[in-house]
Design a protein around this ligand. Structure first.
Ligand SMILES: *Cc1c(COP(=O)(O)O)cnc(C)c1O
Length: 523
């Protein structure tokens, strides 16, 4: 069999259809599994409790008479059900996850180990502060390093996701404008290429969104920006590096223009992993920026895992940070400022019931301390180097959306697919057959048929070479008319093409028991 340059057998088309179907429904070691309701039965249970003796029911006749309808499974049945499902899942622990904008980097086991220490994992949010000095210490140190890395004045730790952090920053801007008698400023400028959460956040805060055009080079169109400035502008929401994976090189000018017209500069910091340790957003004139701890500082995410979006704030906005926050008392002890009245500033309110995601704070701090200043800088540099390596190796096979070097993401458009009968979606499905989670597709919207690839610093050169070999193999196949490889893909996945529109619009979220012959007979 022919081998490609990374020692993988080069692909003859071996469509699954050629393989015999199995009697068990398994495909090799991949086991079949049905829904949990169809695996267990309501009448059975995996738990064997002795009958209660001598206890008086205290529910005064309110005890449930009917079954809860939960399936009863033995422990091995339950275990196998979930492990089999997990085999159908893709994970960063399984292979490269090039999903652009999401920063699917390796989650170091050391972070997990620290987060699971009972002192962090079992801490209760209502414990007296005298008993959680260590946990508050982690929050205080994390705040210190976030402020140091970003060159800002303060940080609100409590927001629970990037989008929540955006809300925090924009509410701080809202409060600052109101405090300055500038409540007529309600227009927020947002570039066309922005992540959808940016305009959504602005609207959620009661602002009106005004779109700024992208220039031909994928960056903010300065001339368009200038025409949009005015007395009613509250600020701008800008991502840097932007969602096209490019550094906004006029960022200082943009900051000056916004400040000059009386507005604030919100920076979407989801892409901070490209510049952490190299650039301090505070030096660029940023007033507020959220940091996705789960992206830049590595916490498992994407499968509904927790998020955390601390928001760093400039001198002008720091006084408006929400409660609660940690302070150091004169005797060196730490305390939480819980109420607006106890604050020296003018908090705009509170965003969460308690203090935020303890597990993520300990993971992020572990990541920072284990990397050190040089390691954080190197991680950013390697993320950028890896993306440029991918771009350079694929640019002759696929069309690069914007010329020149990129930051941490390589962005391609679909011009190179024209006339092949293969779409961006088809190409992504064929990547699944190759064993890769597809890249981000059709985002940013300013690029036609966009394919956004973010390898992150986690990938070795060997792993990037294997990915590039698959991608260029697919690109050649598309151009040479092997259309079926794409339009019928994925051939090797447990589920094939889904009706994605229907799945999004009319999802079936609840299992309904099939009607049994006995029920039919009873009617
Ligand atoms: C991920 C991301 C967000 C939103 O962050 P969440 O933590 O998912 O809420 C916002 N902007 C950009 C550019 C992102 O990549």
């Amino acid at each position: 069999m022919a081998m490609n340059n990374v020692g993988r057998p080069s692909a003859p088309i071996a469509h699954e259809a050629a393989a015999p179907t199995t009697f068990s429904g398994a495909r090799g070691l991949l086991q079949p599994t049905s829904l949990i309701f169809e695996t267990g039965s309501i009448e059975r249970t995996g738990v064997d409790l002795p009958p209660t003796k001598g206890l008086k029911a205290r529910l005064s006749g309110l005890a449930r008479q009917t079954s809860t309808g939960n399936p009863g499974l033995s422990e091995p049945e339950a275990m196998r059900h979930y492990v089999r499902l997990s085999q159908r899942n893709y994970a960063i622990d399984l292979g490269m996850f090039p999903l652009g904008s999401c920063t699917m980097k390796h989650n170091a086991r050391l972070n997990e180990k620290m987060a699971r220490l009972p002192g962090f994992a079992d801490v209760h949010p209502l414990q007296p502060v005298s008993t959680v000095q260590g946990a508050l210490g982690v929050m205080e140190q994390l705040s210190h390093w976030l402020i140091t890395l970003t060159g800002m004045k303060g940080v609100a730790l409590s927001p629970k996701a990037g989008a929540h952090g955006e809300l925090c920053g924009m509410l701080a801007i809202h409060a600052a404008l109101d405090a300055a008698g500038q409540s007529h400023r309600r227009r927020v400028l947002v570039p066309e290429s922005a992540h959808g959460t940016n305009p959504a956040t602005a609207v959620q805060c009661g602002f009106v969104v005004d779109e700024i055009k992208a220039a031909k080079d994928g960056r903010v169109d300065l001339d368009d920006l200038k025409t949009k400035l005015g007395e009613d502008v509250a600020g701008i929401m800008l991502t840097n590096p932007n969602t096209c994976g490019l550094f906004e090189r006029d960022i200082r000018t943009i900051a000056d223009l916004i400040h000059g017209s009386g507005g604030y500069f919100y920076c979407d910091g989801a892409n901070f992993n490209a510049i952490a340790g190299r650039v301090r957003p505070g030096d660029l004139g940023v007033d507020a920026m959220h940091i996705n701890l789960h992206k830049t500082f590595s916490t498992p995410h994407g499968g509904g895992g927790p998020g955390s979006g601390p928001t760093v704030l400039s001198d002008a906005l720091a006084p408006f940070a929400p409660v609660p926050y940690v302070i150091k008392l004169a005797d060196g002890k730490l305390d939480l400022v819980e109420h607006e009245d106890d604050s020296d500033g003018q908090p705009f309110g509170r965003m969460v019931a308690f203090h935020g995601q303890m597990g993520m704070y300990s993971r992020a701090l572990t990541y920072m301390l284990s990397h050190g200043a040089d390691g954080i800088k190197q991680a950013s540099e390697d993320a950028v180097l890896n993306a440029n390596y991918v771009q350079a190796c694929l640019k002759d096979h696929m069309s690069v959306a914007f010329d020149g070097v990129c930051m941490h993401e390589a962005l391609f458009d679909d011009a190179w697919l024209e006339g092949t009968g293969v779409s961006t979606l088809d190409f992504a499905k064929a990547m699944i057959d190759e064993g890769y989670h597809p890249m981000t597709m059709y985002f940013p919207l300013v690029v036609h048929g966009a394919m956004l690839i973010e390898p992150t610093e986690s990938e070795s050169k060997a792993s990037l070479d294997a990915f590039i070999a698959s991608m260029s193999g697919l690109a050649l196949a598309a151009k040479s008319g092997d259309t079926a490889r794409f339009t019928g893909a994925p051939y090797h996945a447990p589920v094939k093409r889904l009706d994605e529109t229907r799945a999004a619009r009319k999802p079936i979220l609840k299992w309904a028991a099939p009607i049994t012959p006995a029920q039919i007979a009873a009617e």
